[in-house]
Design a protein around this ligand. Structure first.
Ligand code: SAM
Ligand code: SF4
Length: 329
């Protein structure tokens, strides 16, 4: 059972993204409609089930897990899940992606539970723009959450900012200044065709190259930093003062060749790509009393079926039937 998860293109899968809920306390326009029918609780994997899946994945070579959603911090006691995962031998890093709203309450317990890394999604530092995009007037809470996380001792916080043409150009410079002041890294992410309202079109992609140009016009040349992990999606740069900036060019420069990720959705479907049309029903297997070997076999089958690329650059690409919050962004 210790055989690694390798796909047809030789990619070894060592990273597991765990969706813990499809619920959220924001309604970012690009991600979630205002009225949403959430999954019934009974359909969501329990912490015991998630822990078991992760243990099996670790035996198959996974060494990093990222907890996401929906908004992972709206799931009650998520730090208990972190603590369970932190006990797993061989899992070297546990990370969590959050909108930051509940960090003020939870940062310390997450740190204590053994969370290694935090990514906080923040597309703007202007309250009115934040309210317009997320449909909630909560920027101040996010900023307090971020400060709480810094105080709790999270040192490698990254801000993730989505970039959409016609909308976010004016946010780039203030976000870099904000990140510089807080000594955190900021990464800009190209808009992907996996939005709730199907508003995506190629023209809406504000490209990494354009973002770079804007940053350099204001702050001077960006120096490339070497990538500690070749599978990481961001191209890493820094300003002369050491401020770290990442560009995730998922659309214009897909990083599928290095992709090492396997996903499990909140309701226990395995997915081998954000853009996959297919899910593998691990929950049924779990709840039918299957043994770990059977779970491992399904994980391997899912990875084996992975396509070469996500295909967003292909004209005939089929868009997934789900938005990011339903898969686990
Ligand atoms: N709620 C958490 C948060 O916002 O950080 C975690 C889940 S959210 C789906 C994860 C990330 O997906 C966020 O940084 C968000 O900006 C990003 N995202 C959502 N829809 C996207 C899209 N269509 N293209 C690119 N990124 C997207
Ligand atoms: Fe919620 Fe994150 Fe989606 Fe925004 S991007 S609606 S915070 S899940």
């Amino acid at each position: 059972m210790s055989k690694a998860m390798v796909d047809r293109f030789g990619r070894i899968h060592t990273s597991l993204r765990i969706g813990v809920t499809d619920r959220c306390n924001l309604r970012c326009r690009y991600c979630m409609p205002e009225q949403v029918e959430f999954l019934p609780r009974a359909e969501i994997l329990t912490f015991e089930e998630i822990e078991r899946v992760t243990r099996v994945a670790v035996r198959l070579g996974v060494d990093k897990a990222r907890i996401t959603g929906g908004e992972p911090l709206v799931r009650r006691d998520v730090s208990e899940l972190v603590a369970r995962l932190a006990q797993i031998d061989g899992l070297d890093e546990i990370a969590l992606t959050t909108n930051g709203l509940l960090l003020e309450e939870h940062a310390e317990e997450l740190k204590r539970a053994g969370l290694d890394r935090l990514n906080v999604s923040l597309d703007t530092v202007r309250p009115d723009v934040f309210r317009q995009w997320t449909r909630r007037d909560e920027l101040a809470r996010v900023l307090r959450g971020l400060d709480a996380a810094l105080r709790a001792g999270f040192t490698r916080i990254r801000l993730n900012a989505l970039a959409i043409r016609g909308l976010t150009e004016d946010e780039i410079v203030p976000l870099v200044e904000f990140a510089r002041d807080r000594r955190v890294e900021v990464r800009f992410i190209e808009f992907m065709p996996i939005d709730a309202d199907r508003q995506w079109n190629e023209k809406a992609v504000l490209t990494g190259a354009e973002i770079r140009k804007r940053i350099e016009q204001k702050f001077g040349p960006l120096r490339s930093r070497s990538r500690p992990d070749p599978a990481q999606p961001a191209a890493d740069f820094e300003l002369a003062d050491g401020t770290r900036i990442g560009l995730i060019c998922s659309v214009t420069e897909p990083f599928c060749e290095q992709c090492n990720r396997l996903r499990i959705t909140a309701e226990g479907q395995l997915r081998n790509c954000l853009f996959s049309q297919q899910g593998w029903d691990l929950r049924s297997l779990l709840r039918s009393g299957a043994d770990d070997d059977a779970l491992a076999e399904m994980m391997r089958a899912c990875v084996a079926a992975k396509k070469r690329g996500h295909g967003t650059d292909e004209p005939y690409m089929l868009r997934p039937d789900r938005a990011m919050y339903q898969i686990g962004g």
